[in-house]
Design a protein around this ligand. Sequence first.
Ligand code: HEC
Ligand code: HEC
Length: 273
Amino acid sequence: MTPAIFPSRRAWRGLGLLLAACTLAVRLPAASPAPSADVEAGRKLFRDLCSNCHGHEGAGAMAPSLQRPRLTYAPDEATLRVVIADGIGGRGMPRVRRWSEKELRELVAYVQWLGAVPATPLPGDPAKGREVFNRVGCATCHVVNGQGGTLGPELTAIGRMRGPDYLREAIVNPGATLPKGTLPVPGRGYDEYLPVVAVTRAGKEIKGVRLNEDLMTIQIRDEQSQFHSLRKSELTRLDKLTGTSLMPNLSAQLAPGELDHLIAYLASLQGQP
Ligand code: HEC
Ligand code: HEC
């Protein structure tokens, strides 16, 4: 025995406490950083021009939460400036307007500050949510990690793309808002998955969802997953069923609490590592 080299239990505990105090000291300012003047000015701009998509305090809505330490398209300050200044083409993130150098600096400061805001924990349990997802048949229309049907958008990274309130709305009120930025083909800012009915001159009816559209043509995927690209001049009818969705409202099949579990599960889907 060499008690001099092996510290006593008490000494270990002392060391543990010291380490805990150190991490606390290091982490506290990061968890609640005091906003600078730039951050405060950026917050105001953000509230007026960005929160309609990114949610209150950037917590996520149709657009992703920015309360994440590392952003997909903006891993550092230089890329963050570019994303805010130019938007992300075809992904639903617009070039909001032209910024002065000062405004751009303030927005960058605010978004960086958001990165240190701890995300609010959700009430549900993701593991239970996954069971609910499989039980009520969500997977028949949605791919998660390579498994599932393709009538609806892939959900593998949905927790990174959308905030919890949006996810709730998508389940209890399909059609109220339609997705943006989910298709591999860059869209033109249109709502995706809008149900449409097209009738050709030959009298053929095509029912499905709009994948894309321009002045002359429309691209539709029908309910059998067949792709159609149609010239509008060759159609006798083109109905856009705004406000509707091919997604059924399954919320009546959920027991109390299960909606929260489902949302927690969807929020946990952060894309394939
Ligand atoms: C019309 C809706 C909309 C508005 C307004 C909007 N954004 Fe976005 N933003 C999006 C969407 C959608 C994405 C995600 C694109 C993707 O993941 O493909 C995004 C992505 C981003 C990203 C990158 C996130 C990441 O994970 O890489 C940043 C940063 C960002 N937005 C900041 C802003 C700021 C700052 C403003 C206001 C000046 C703003 N956005 C306004 C829709 C919007
Ligand atoms: C019959 C097919 C079908 C079933 C079943 C279905 N969905 Fe959908 N889902 C869709 C379609 C189509 C869309 C796109 C239109 C829309 O948003 O309403 C969609 C959209 C969504 C979105 C929004 C995606 C985005 O990027 O904005 C979420 C989230 C979602 N579904 C979750 C679920 C969950 C959870 C279930 C099970 C409770 C489910 N879906 C069952 C077809 C389906």
